[in-house]
Design a protein. Structure first.
Length: 219
């Protein structure tokens, strides 16, 4: 049985979220003026891609958002003292598989109380746990003009060289991740990973600017 080390961890974190979501968390989202704002818990859930945003993919874990408590800080910021989760308000995840394929894609979001808090956490989390999630021999690649800050690595996520990739993006008051792995070469590539990150980043931008998140893969 193939071992998808970081994908299994990501899926487990997403499953922990299932059934714990809800709509509350304040009314800070007045972003119709185009300014990035702190998201409510319901808007965090809406930012995460759903089945409509991922045509041809099966929803393994539905979009779910939770308050950032001690348990979820350990999941979202698995480093000493949970560095990177300072002033984080909500954590969310959704997970997908394509029809007829064992590839797995997870979307993650941490919503902060301000853009400065998200900016402060960016390097802490990328230089810590997240950049390592693409596996051994992972190399950086360009995402293009996605979000306010962005990083990506493509490598191997399993013991037998299965391809894996991770992206991290900051959009305003949020940090966003896509984590992807496939059991065979060709299951994922840089173009797919780039498009996944673009969808998530655009949905976060839409939410922070007062629009309903609607960005979709190939949409």
């Amino acid at each position: 049985m193939k071992n998808y080390r970081w994908c299994v961890a990501t899926a487990a974190a997403a499953l922990l979220l299932t059934g714990c979501g809800g709509a509350d968390g304040g009314t800070e989202n007045d972003g119709a003026n185009g300014k990035s704002v702190a998201l409510t818990k319901e808007l965090v859930r809406q930012v995460l891609p759903d089945g409509e945003a991922m045509p041809g993919w099966k929803e393994s874990t539905p979009p779910t958002a939770v308050d950032m408590n001690e348990l979820y800080r350990q999941q979202a910021c698995p480093s000493k003292d949970n560095a990177g989760c300072r002033n984080a308000r909500f954590f969310g995840a959704s997970t997908f598989r394509p029809d007829g394929d064992a590839t797995i894609v997870s979307f993650l979001i941490i919503a902060y109380d301000s853009e400065q808090s998200a900016r402060n956490a960016y390097d802490v989390l990328w230089d810590g746990p997240y950049s390592k999630k693409a596996g051994q021999g992972a190399k950086p690649f360009e995402l293009g003009p996605i979000g306010d800050e962005r990083d990506a690595r493509f490598g191997t996520s399993g013991f037998q060289g299965e391809p894996g990739a991770v992206t991290q993006t900051r959009v305003g008051t949020t940090l966003l991740w896509t984590e992807s792995a496939s059991p065979a070469k060709g299951g994922i590539d840089e173009d797919l990973v780039r498009n996944l990150a673009k969808v998530l980043a655009e949905r976060s931008r839409q939410a922070q600017h007062g629009d309903t998140p609607s960005a979709a893969l190939d949409g």
